[in-house]
Design a protein around this ligand. Structure first.
Ligand code: HEC
Ligand code: HEC
Length: 287
């Protein structure tokens, strides 16, 4: 293109960009950070050396059977290459597949529904910027009757509360940021909030710990328990997995630290700590 024509074309493109709402095009770089804060990599990457990131195949053992995180690279067919941005928004926001079927809540959309639109668009921009992988999805191996996907629809109808999170104007910005990181992106409650027999989160025991998805016990994150740790000790644990008594994070928390909390900016880490400190204390449940 000659320089004489490049000028007007450049301005036309610039004008289009300015005319569109700020969120029309996501920012893949911001999306890369949000994907870390949301732990997308761990559940969507096979647990072996050299595995292709986000190409799926990761086994997730639960009391209902084993789920396999699907391929979420932009390969048409086995990945999300034929999806539109709206399909992606609907999956996160409503736990619904492009064909209308329901996702199992092993995909933490009960938390991700709270992700802000602009952040979801950045995640989409990031995922679609990755090299696509043709790796096929492995079918989940679920116990009877959970293989029947319509049950996920029943679960949603009973317990799922869709809707984006809104900041609470009466609180400092750092508490709002911490709340968002813990409850929307970080989905800490998916493990740290106990559930009823039917798998509903117990709102009265928010982040108060319980049996946990692996059945070996997940600690209470409310000040009733965590007050024994100083802010610095809590930060250190979220960065390195080391506890004040020299233990190291075990079970699934090791991976949460590696893939998620240790990747947070110093500011975001402080927001998480401040938010956990602000929770109403809930004593451990009687055994
Ligand atoms: C705790 C594990 C876990 C985490 C964390 C997780 N996912 Fe998933 N995801 C799953 C599982 C399991 C499914 C399949 C659910 C089903 O088949 O009903 C899924 C499905 C999806 C799908 C639908 C794929 C398809 O082919 O239908 C998308 C898109 C997706 N996840 C994106 C994300 C993004 C983006 C993040 C991070 C913000 C994320 N996931 C974090 C476990 C996870
Ligand atoms: C996949 C499940 C899972 C998720 C998601 C998860 N955790 Fe954990 N967490 C655990 C388990 C299991 C332990 C116990 C680790 C052990 O046994 O060493 C734990 C331990 C902890 C501890 C140590 C508490 C103590 O008293 O020992 C802290 C702090 C913590 N998690 C914070 C978080 C935060 C903050 C998030 C969200 C960013 C989060 N966790 C998300 C499973 C999870």
């Amino acid at each position: 293109m000659s320089p004489a024509r490049a000028g007007p074309v450049f301005f036309a493109v610039l004008l289009c960009a300015l005319a569109n709402p700020a969120y029309a095009l996501g920012d893949a770089k911001r999306g890369a950070y949000l994907a870390k804060a949301g732990g997308c990599l761990g559940c969507h990457t096979e647990d072996r050396k050299g595995a292709m990131p986000y190409a799926g195949g990761r086994a997730l053992k639960t009391p209902f059977g084993t789920f396999y995180g699907p391929n979420i690279t932009a390969y048409p067919g086995s990945g999300i290459g034929r999806w539109t941005q709206d399909d992606f928004m609907r999956a996160l926001r409503t736990g619904t597949r492009p064909d209308g079927a329901h996702y199992y809540p092993a995909f933490p959309y009960p938390s991700f529904t709270r992700i802000a639109d602009a952040d979801a668009l950045d995640l989409w921009a990031y995922l679609t910027s990755l090299p696509p992988s043709p790796q096929r999805n492995r079918p989940h191996e679920l116990r009877f009757p959970f293989g029947w996907r319509a049950l996920a629809g029943v679960w949603k109808w009973l317990y799922f509360l869709p809707g984006a999170w809104t900041p609470d104007a009466s609180r400092p910005a750092t508490l709002n940021r911490g709340d968002y990181l813990v409850n929307a992106l970080g989905h800490c409650g998916e493990c740290h909030t106990p559930r009823t027999m039917l798998g509903a989160s117990r709102r009265d025991r928010h982040l108060a710990g319980g049996k946990g998805p692996e059945g070996k016990g997940v600690p209470n994150l409310t000040p009733a328990k965590l007050k024994k740790w100083s802010n610095d000790e809590l930060r250190e644990f979220l960065l390195s997995g080391l506890t004040p008594d020299g233990d190291i994070a075990g079970q699934s928390m090791a991976e949460v630290v590696r893939n998620m909390t240790s990747q947070l900016t110093s500011e975001d880490l402080s927001a998480v700590v401040a938010y956990l400190r602000s929770l109403p204390p809930v004593a451990d449940a009687a055994r």
